[in-house]
Design a protein around this ligand. Structure first.
Ligand code: EPU
Length: 283
């Protein structure tokens, strides 16, 4: 098993072990055993925000794609959904049930758990919309491997970060708003077209590589340095959106890292701004 087969970047070697537990008790056993052996545990969502080392990743990687982690139900405007559910399926459910509020997540190639851990979202006309704004409570496994419900008051969400990253997220409840399915569907299409117009999904990539600095856009800064199209090995800065690095020809993780270093250095020299990495680097 190679992580390249499970990441949108299509880069990554083997993990120490790669496990897809069928239910919560098996998941807890895997975590318990790994911790006893002193092994690091990483949870892989849709693999859309990860650069995995192609020499391998020194961790037990868990993927929660079994049916048990992908349930979805609603009680009026509250939607309960498993962490392994792809956002696209959550949104399809919202259309079907006539529930609005999550449409801005359209086109984000993530799972519910991954999106929560990094508080995935969008910046639109200086407004930031993120998944954390919709959450009522989250079901997790805590440090002691015990089930715990974290209520909204206990949750902290910031720009592309949350206090959930340290837990294993199992599922969450979101509070949405009843609207006509047609309304939800057309809002979804609007967000999807915005994303398609601005972003480059023609080649494997991991979305925006750097976080936006306060009141600016990393894409704009990189673009203004003339870096669009800059290529190292098989990794290239997108010509459409400069905060995207594309795997255009069997890029190695090193190609991407070298290109990232060059981008950071150039932006620092030209703009005196230090870009912070958004994607997670697994090694
Ligand atoms: N811009 C350029 N050149 C570029 C790219 C962008 O000049 O190469 C300019 C655009 O013209 C625009 C501004 O920069 O005026 C902002 O660009 P855009 O609307 O594409 O948004 P962004 O700030 O680059 C953010 C999120 C995206 C999210 C979009 C949706 C971050 C780092 N990025 O991008 O999230 O999809 O808003 O509105 O927060 C991600 O997190 O992986 C991601 C892709």
């Amino acid at each position: 098993m190679l992580l390249k087969d499970f990441t949108t970047f299509k880069i990554g070697g083997p993990a120490k072990s790669f496990l897809r537990p069928a239910d919560i008790s098996r998941l807890r056993r895997v975590i318990k055993n790994s911790r006893e052996r002193g092994e690091k545990v990483l949870v892989l969502g849709a693999g859309s925000n990860i650069l995995a080392d192609d020499r391998g990743v020194d961790a037990v990687v868990i993927k929660l794609d079994a049916k048990c982690f992908q349930g979805i139900n609603n009680y009026g405007e509250i939607v309960e959904v498993g962490a392994g559910k792809p956002l696209s399926q959550l949104l399809a459910y919202c259309v079907q049930k006539g529930l609005s509020g999550a449409e801005f997540l359209a086109g984000i190639p993530g799972t519910v758990g991954g999106a929560l851990a990094m508080n995935a979202g969008i910046s639109l006309n200086k407004r930031k919309l993120a998944i954390g704004d919709l959450v009522e409570r989250v079901l997790v496994l805590d440090y002691n491997n015990n089930l715990k419900v974290l209520e909204r008051a206990k949750l902290k969400f910031g720009y592309r970060q949350s206090n959930l990253a340290k837990y294993v997220i199992l599922g969450a409840s979101f509070k949405l708003f009843p609207r006509e399915p047609g309304f939800v569907k057309s809002k979804l299409s609007e967000y999807l077209s915005l994303r398609k117009a601005a972003q480059d999904w023609a080649w494997p990539n991991a979305g925006c590589v750097f976080k936006n600095p306060e009141n600016d856009s990393a894409g704009r800064l990189i673009d203004s340095c003339g870096l669009k199209g800059r290529r190292i090995g098989g990794a290239q800065v997108s010509r459409k959106h400069a905060n995207f690095i594309l795997n255009v020809e069997h890029a190695s993780s090193r190609d991407v890292l070298v290109l990232m270093r060059e981008i950071k250095k150039t932006v620092k020299i030209k703009h005196k701004i230090i870009l912070k990495t958004e994607i997670k680097i697994w090694k």
